[in-house]
Structure formats: structure tokens, C-alpha cells
Design a protein. Structure first.
Length: 279
């Protein structure tokens, strides 16, 4: 099963998606399952994991409704819940999703928060509830937040986490030594996986080449190994810098020298296992 482990849907409004600036005009519109389905089919993608783009419970409910309407495409949802606002009482919010089997994990946009957010008591109290509910956590941070993220991860040894977008290092030249070392350190935690996704938009000017990005893939592969690395597109955000097909083909070229079983793991098997996706 070939899985895109990270993509988004949205009904565009300038207010809710203010981060889409004038240089990103191409994605200033609605993106729905009907837009992604032909792209996914054209490159052999069997299903996807839809990840929250707005920090509201309405977003979580909406993504789950899309998954209900398009079950063969959307195999799982990573939603948002008010972790810090509820703390240990987050159980009362999560209870409403007990029957929603396609809710696989949650995410907060930590890249937009001060590092102290990851050390907040109420936030961590809520995060500690997630394993009991069978939910994972998507870790969205910038590379400079990795040291704080290490402490956060160590507070939750029973929680399955996945690092989004290889922690979004600025991609100019060879991988920075500090990022490489922090990635290796994070990968020492067996409960952490990593998505090779969202990389093209971290290249200044979005002028990426396979030669520029390949060393970053190699670092992620060396750190997490073929059993904890997964492919994601970050569609439609990726489209400001790369066509969906071009990104998929690039990742396929990166794994082409691995064994068939390792290729299958990175291109879908790991995501299916991590998010407990149905066939």
C-alpha cells in the first residue's frame, strides 16, 4: 500500500489562511479531495493522511467528514484539539471522537509558538492523555526548536510521535551540522518516526534540485532508518515549489537503491503501521 502520509485540504479564506502570502498565489484557492484524487491515482498513491491546517475543532470535524465521504482516499486524519486549554481534562474533548476510527492523531502548530509552549504544564498534561486514547502526535517544529523538542519527547516515553517535514531546516547547501546532530539524537528515541515531506518549500526562493535535497533525505534515512521514515507530500503547500508528481518521483528515486521491502516501508508501510490505517 502506497500512502501519502501528509497532505491538507482547505476551503480558502484570506483570514483563516493569512500565512499564504503574495508569493504563494497558486494555493490561494480551495483544495478538496476531488483535486487530489487524480494526482494520487496518476502516481499510484493508494491513500493519504489528511492533516489539520486550522487550529479549531471544526477543522477536525470537517476533515473527518471528508474522510467519511472519501474513505478510499483519506485513510486517516490528524486533527487538532485544545490541548493546552483543557490540560488533563482533554479527556472530555477526546471522548466525542471515540467512535471516529479515522482520527489517528493530533497536532498543534508548535512552529508558531515560543519554545516554552512545549514545556507548559497544561499542554504536557493533555499530551500525556493521548496514548490512552490510542492517538499519536505530529510534531511540527522548526530546526532550531529541536533541542526543546527532545525534552518534550522525553516527557512522553509512551507516546508515538512523528516529526513533520524533517523539522524544516533551511535548505541551502549541505545539511547544517547542528540539524544533523539533533536529528540523530531525536532518532535515538524509538517512539519517534519522521516524515520526509515539506522540504521543497524550505529552499530559499523554492529553487530546488534533486542534488540539493538528496543529502537531506540521506540524513533522515541514516538517522531513522527505513523502518521509521515515511513519505509525505505536504500537498497542496508543495505546489508553490513542485508539482505533486515531481515530488513523488523524487522520493521514489531516493529510495530506489534500497531493498523492495525497505522501499515499500518508506512509501507506505511505515505510515500504515504508525497511523493504524485500514487496507
Amino acid at each position: 500500500m502506497k500512502i501519502d502520509a501528509h497532505q491538507h485540504f482547505w476551503s480558502y479564506t484570506a483570514t483563516e489562511f493569512a500565512w499564504i502570502n503574495d508569493d504563494m498565489q497558486r494555493i490561494r484557492r480551495d483544495f478538496m479531495p476531488g483535486d487530489l484524487l487524480p494526482l494520487a491515482k496518476s502516481v499510484g498513491i493508494d491513500g493519504t493522511v489528511a492533516v489539520q491546517a486550522r487550529q479549531t475543532l471544526q477543522e477536525t470535524d470537517w476533515l473527518l467528514s471528508l474522510a467519511d465521504a472519501h474513505p478510499s482516499l483519506i485513510r486517516g486524519v490528524v486533527g487538532w484539539v485544545p490541548l493546552r486549554e483543557y490540560g488533563a481534562k482533554i479527556e472530555s474533548v477526546l471522548a466525542r471522537y471515540e467512535s471516529r476510527e479515522r482520527l489517528k492523531g493530533v497536532r498543534h502548530v508548535l512552529q508558531g509558538e515560543p519554545d516554552a509552549y512545549m514545556e507548559d504544564g497544561e499542554f504536557n498534561a493533555a499530551v500525556s492523555v493521548l496514548p490512552r486514547r490510542g492517538l499519536s502526535y505530529d510534531l511540527l517544529i522548526f530546526a532550531h526548536q529541536l533541542p526543546t523538542a527532545l525534552r518534550f519527547v522525553d516527557r512522553h516515553p509512551n507516546l508515538h510521535l512523528v516529526l513533520d517535514h524533517i523539522a524544516k531546516p533551511v535548505v541551502r547547501g549541505l545539511p547544517p551540522a547542528e540539524w544533523v546532530n539533533n536529528m540523530r539524537e531525536l532518532a535515538r528515541r524509538d517512539q519517534v518516526s519522521c516524515k520526509f515531506s515539506g522540504v521543497v518549500t524550505e529552499v530559499p526562493g523554492w529553487k530546488w534540485t534533486p542534488e540539493l535535497l538528496r543529502p537531506y533525505f540521506d540524513v533522515a534515512l541514516e538517522a531513522f532508518g527505513p523502518s521509521r521514515l515515511m513519505f509525505g507530500s505536504d500537498w497542496p503547500v508543495c505546489q508553490v515549489a513542485a508539482e505533486y508528481r515531481d515530488w513523488v518521483r523524487f522520493v521514489e528515486s531516493c529510495v530506489s537503491q534500497l531493498s523492495p521491502s525497505e522501499q515499500n516501508a518508506i512509501l507506505g508501510g511505515n505510515a500504515a503501521r504508525f497511523y493504524r490505517l485500514s487496507q
